[in-house]
Design a protein around this ligand. Structure first.
Ligand code: NAD
Length: 351
C-alpha cells in the first residue's frame, strides 16, 4: 500500500437530540455571543436552536440564499459586527452554511454547523461567493466549522423532494471521490460507507419522512460524503453541475440526480475498480444503472428537460466544460460531453 492523504474534520456530535448539547459545545469552544444564520421561513427549527443557545444567543440573520450573494454577505457581516458576535451558528443546508463561511472569512470567528440537508458543506473548507452573477470558490481553513452537530430530529420536516435531491448531491460527492486521482484507501472507505448509508436512508425517508433511522442514515452518509468532498478533487460531474447550474440558475441538488448516472457510465470503463466498489456499496452489478433506477424509485426528475434546460444550451455547456481544466478518469472531448448531455436531456437509462 502506498498513499498520501490529508483530512481535516471538525469535531462531530451525532445523536437524536444532539441539539441539547449545543451549550456544552459552545462552552468548550469559549465564545459568548452567537449569531444564528438561517434561510428565510425556517422559524420552527430556528426557534429550537435559539432556545438551545440560551444566554449565548445574540441575534439571528435569516436571509441566507443560494449561491451566497455578496450583498447578503455584507449585510450579515454588518449584523455580526453590530451585535459583537464572536461565533456563528449556521442552521439548515448549504446556503446558511455558505453564508456563515463567507462571514467567518471576514471576521475570523468560529462556526458551529447544524446541518439539516445532505449537502455536506459542513465538512469542507470550501467557500463560494457570488458577485455580479460570477461565483468565486476557494478553500480557506478558517471556514471549516469547529463543531458539527447532527441531530436527525431537526431534519424530519425537510420535504421529501428536497431530501432526495440533496441526498443525490451527497451521493455525487462519494461517487466522484471514488475515482478521484487523489483518492486514497481512506477516502474510498468513507465514500463506500456514504453510498451504502445514503441508498438505505433515502429509500426509508422517501416512503416515511419522519423515519428517524432513515434521517440518521442520510445525515451519516452526507457527513462521510462531505469529508470525501473536502479531501479529494471532484471530476466531470461537478464541472457539468457548476456550468449548467450557474448558467441556468438551476436547483443545485436536482442536477446531481439527473447527471450522475450518465457521468458514472462514461467514467466507469476508465475507472473499473472504483465502479466495482460503487456497485458493491449499492449492492448491484451496474452502478450507473442502479443510480438511474434509484432516482426513479425516489421520484426525482431524471432528465434535464424536466429541469427546464433549453435544448440549445447543451452545445454551449459542452464547449465550456471541454475547455475547463479538471481531473477525471477520462478527459472528454466536446462531442463526448455533448453526447452525455443529450442522453441526460432525454433521461434514458445510461449506457
Ligand atoms: P439550501 O441550504 O438552500 O437548502 C435547500 C432547501 O431546504 C431550502 O429551501 C431550505 O430552506 C430547506 N431546508 C433546510 N433545512 C430544512 C428543514 N430542517 N426543514 C425544512 N426545510 C429545510 O441548499 P442545500 O441543497 O442544502 O445546499 C446547496 C448549496 O450548498 C449550494 O449553493 C451549493 O453550492 C452549496 N454547497 C457547498 C459545499 C461546500 O463544501 N462549500 C458543498 C455542497 C454544497
Amino acid at each position: 500500500m502506498d498513499f498520501t492523504t490529508q483530512m481535516q474534520v471538525p469535531r462531530i456530535v451525532f445523536a437524536e437530540g444532539a441539539l441539547a448539547r449545543l451549550p456544552d459545545e459552545l462552552a468548550r469552544l469559549g465564545p459568548g455571543n452567537a449569531l444564528l444564520i438561517a434561510t428565510p421561513r425556517r422559524n420552527l427549527v430556528v426557534e429550537q436552536v435559539r432556545d438551545a443557545l440560551g444566554s449565548r444567543f445574540s441575534g439571528v440573520f435569516p436571509h441566507a440564499a443560494m449561491h451566497v450573494p455578496a450583498e447578503t454577505v455584507r449585510a450579515a457581516v454588518n449584523e455580526a459586527r453590530r451585535i459583537r458576535a464572536d461565533c456563528l451558528v449556521a442552521i439548515g443546508g448549504g446556503s446558511p452554511l455558505g453564508l456563515a463561511k463567507a462571514v467567518a472569512r471576514e471576521m475570523d470567528v468560529p462556526i458551529v454547523a447544524i446541518p439539516t440537508t445532505y449537502a455536506g458543506s459542513e465538512m469542507t473548507s470550501i467557500f463560494g461567493i457570488t458577485e455580479s452573477a460570477r461565483k468565486t470558490t476557494g478553500r480557506d481553513p478558517r471556514v471549516l466549522p469547529k463543531v458539527v452537530i447532527y441531530d436527525p430530529l431537526l431534519s424530519v420536516d425537510l420535504p421529501v423532494t428536497t431530501s432526495v435531491s440533496s441526498g443525490f448531491n451527497a451521493m455525487a460527492h462519494a461517487v466522484e471521490g471514488m475515482y478521484a486521482a487523489d483518492a486514497s484507501p481512506l477516502t474510498s472507505l468513507l465514500a463506500a460507507g456514504a453510498v451504502r448509508a445514503l441508498k438505505k436512508g433515502l429509500l426509508q425517508v422517501s416512503s416515511d419522512p419522519h423515519n428517524l433511522a432513515g434521517r440518521a442514515d442520510c445525515l451519516y452518509g452526507a457527513a462521510l460524503a462531505g469529508i470525501v468532498l473536502g479531501s479529494v478533487s471532484m471530476g466531470l460531474h461537478h464541472q457539468l453541475c457548476h456550468v449548467l447550474g450557474g448558467t441556468y440558475n438551476l436547483l443545485h441538488a436536482e442536477l446531481h440526480a439527473v447527471l450522475l448516472p450518465h457521468v458514472l457510465s462514461y467514467n466507469a470503463p476508465a475507472a473499473p475498480a472504483a465502479a466495482e466498489s460503487i456497485a458493491g456499496a449499492l449492492d448491484c452489478r451496474d452502478a450507473a444503472l442502479e443510480l438511474h433506477t434509484l432516482a426513479g424509485q425516489l421520484e426525482i426528475p431524471r432528465n434535464l428537460q424536466a429541469l427546464g434546460v433549453p435544448p440549445e444550451a447543451l452545445h454551449d455547456v459542452a464547449v465550456q466544460v471541454a475547455a475547463r481544466p479538471y481531473m477525471n478518469p477520462r478527459l472528454p472531448t466536446e462531442n463526448e460531453v455533448l453526447d452525455l448531455l443529450q442522453r441526460a436531456y432525454i433521461g434514458n437509462a445510461p449506457g
